[in-house]
Design a protein around this ligand. Structure first.
Ligand code: QAP
Ligand code: CO
Length: 179
């Protein structure tokens, strides 16, 4: 399993809901989640969605509390996981307010830009045990949920930048990769 990066077309697919009546599919998810968790922590990420590892299904993980220790060379020496949240078949019930936050993405490495999102969101989803849950999130958690949800619809945070900036960044990444 590896993290796909822009402009990989697989990141642009609209993902499908997990079929909660399909026990085989549910079982498979657990193994995938385990691998995604390791990938996310290892890459110093706070969120990772299934489409980012080439799986067109509607689920993602978020841990906004993890602590990453680096040695003097900047290499990761230890990662202390915080609280991992698993969101399966998520749906927004409400969004309120506005918040600008500097976002990055494991699929768009090295790019950090300010994005405008809702400040507070209510989201319905199934957790890792396929139990129905509801969460009211604000601040960083609200940003993370909206960012990861976008991946399920094939959207990236750079799509939400003003046109001029977006074109500049996309061209720069594509040129950089061609070299
Ligand atoms: C989404 O993003 C997010 O470019 C998760 O070199 C971002 O985990 C939610 C990362 C901001 C809320 C606020 C990106 C790591 C990680 C990079 C990430 C990089 C190394 C991004
Ligand atoms: Co992302």
């Amino acid at each position: 399993m590896e993290i796909l990066t822009f402009p990989n077309e697989l990141l642009r697919r609209v993902s499908k809901d997990i079929d909660l009546s399909n026990e085989k599919e549910k079982e498979k998810i657990h193994g995938i989640l385990e691998e995604m968790k390791h990938l996310m922590y290892h890459s110093n990420g706070i969120g990772l969605a299934a489409p980012q590892v080439g799986i067109a299904k509607r689920f993602f993980i978020i841990d906004i509390e993890q602590k990453v220790e680096k040695d003097e060379d900047g290499n990761i020496s230890s990662i202390t996981p915080g609280r991992l949240h698993v969101f399966i078949n998520p749906k927004f019930i409400s969004k309120e307010g506005e918040l600008v936050y500097e976002e990055g993405c494991l699929s768009v490495p090295g790019v950090w830009e300010e994005v405008k999102r809702a400040q507070k969101v209510t989201i319905e989803y199934y957790d890792v045990d396929f139990k129905s849950k509801k969460m009211v999130a604000d601040g960083l958690m609200a940003i993370a949920v909206q960012h990861e949800y976008d991946h399920l619809d094939g959207k990236l945070f750079i799509d939400r930048l003003p046109m001029v900036k977006r074109t500049m960044i996309k061209n720069k990444i594509i040129k950089g990769k061609a070299l």
